[in-house]
Design a protein around this ligand. Structure first.
Ligand SMILES: *Cc1c(COP(=O)(O)O)cnc(C)c1O
Length: 375
């Protein structure tokens, strides 16, 4: 097996993959309607449950062809009963995406907004639920990838359940990285795409959710054909297959990614991401960079960094300099402040971050940005 040029992706997914995951896609051609392929997907669906400690008698996983946003779309449009309303606990770009989905489907919703650098106020969440018995679905984002703030899903989930609502959480940027337990975290539905925590390829997304709730949603209003959770679930249960053509090679890569996930182990993988995250902070501290979110609120996976106040600093130039040397950094997603992001996803370790900071320092020097950087 020839090794492939290794790029260090510090963007918030897709992430750096192993060569074994890359090569897992090189397989003999196969028609995905063959029993052999359905068998592979069955194993994949079962193995996904283990990541969040979901038992197969309570939860199921449903695969979709699409990027992670498809999961948010599907959960919201499929799991809202007639006459029900969605409550989005919103402190960032990804929960705003859920609000936009409600708008596009014309669904009744409450956008419970908080500042992007603040945790949601649980008292306000409870008030919203108490004052509006129509709320049947509560949605939020675990790690708001735009800033790296970690939301208190366990508490929000408990409130959702107290007031009889289903709780859907966008865990795209935590699942298979930060340990999650659907029971302890009060999660009815969580989701991710294959290119983030399981370090595989783009194009495959999955929802892990309570089977009883999916079955109940059979008679809910049907708002989409391609993106209906029950329809896809039912097809899987009856045939073992995706309703429409699956991303075949991407599925082979996901199976390999998952195998490597279990080989590394939940705790060891989280410890590695933490090492990477700490190395990012050490490197930033050394150069004098400031971050946006309070340290104790950070997810441990994404750091949002303020642009220095220096006329010579150009994100594009720094980006290009690093990119040419195999390191990808990423712009921020906060409308009010100029930021860039460094993420601890993917098959990387501490040494990669040390190597990155050598390059970043050289980039700053090349463009005469003062070190330590100024604010
Ligand atoms: C990556 C990500 C998604 C999916 O985004 P796509 O652009 O569809 O890949 C959704 N939610 C969160 C929190 C994410 O980090």
């Amino acid at each position: 097996m020839e090794s492939i040029k290794r790029n260090i992706l510090l963007n918030p997914g897709p992430s750096t993959t192993t060569d074994t995951v890359k090569y897992a896609q090189v397989v003999p051609d196969i028609c995905p309607r063959e029993k052999e392929f359905a068998g592979l997907m069955k194993g994949l669906r079962e193995d996904l449950l283990g990541i969040v400690h979901a038992k197969p008698e309570d939860y199921t996983s449903v695969l979709f062809c699409g990027s992670g946003t498809i999961n948010i779309d599907i959960c919201i449009n499929s799991l809202l009963p007639e006459g029900g309303k969605v409550l989005v606990v919103n402190n960032g770009a990804y929960s705003t995406r859920a609000v936009e989905i409600c708008e596009y489907y014309g669904l009744p919703y409450t956008d419970l907004k908080f500042a992007v650098d603040e945790l949601p106020d649980l008292k306000k969440v409870e008030e919203a639920l108490k004052n509006d018995p129509d709320i049947k679905l509560v949605h939020t984002t675990h790690n708001e990838t735009g800033t790296g703030i970690l939301n208190p899903i366990k508490e929000i989930g408990a409130l959702a359940h107290k007031y009889g609502a289903v709780f859907t959480v966008d865990t795209t940027s935590t699942l298979a990285m930060r340990p999650i337990n659907v029971y302890e975290d009060n999660i009815d539905f969580c989701m991710a795409s294959a290119q983030k925590g399981i370090m595989a390829m783009t194009g495959l997304s999955f929802i892990i959710g309570k089977t009883s709730e999916i079955i109940r949603s059979k008679d809910y209003p049907r708002r989409s054909y391609y993106c209906n959770l029950y329809l896809q679930y039912d097809y899987f249960e009856k045939t073992g297959e995706m309703h429409f053509t699956p991303p075949v090679q991407t599925i082979y890569a996901a199976i390999q990614g998952l195998k490597e996930y279990y080989e590394e182990g939940e705790q060891a993988k989280w410890a590695r991401h933490t090492r990477v995250f700490n190395a990012i902070h050490d490197g930033l501290d050394e150069l004098g960079f400031e971050d946006i979110i309070k340290r104790e609120w950070q997810s441990g996976l994404v750091v949002s960094v303020k642009y220095p106040n220096d006329p010579n600093f150009s994100f594009e130039k720094i980006h290009d300099y690093c990119y040419e040397r195999g390191f990808t950094i990423y712009p921020g997603k906060i409308s009010t402040t100029n930021t860039f992001r460094l993420c601890a996803l993917g098959a990387i370790d501490e040494q990669d971050i040390k190597d990155f900071f050598v390059v970043l320092r050289a980039a700053l020097e090349e463009y005469n940005v003062a070190i330590p950087v100024r604010y």
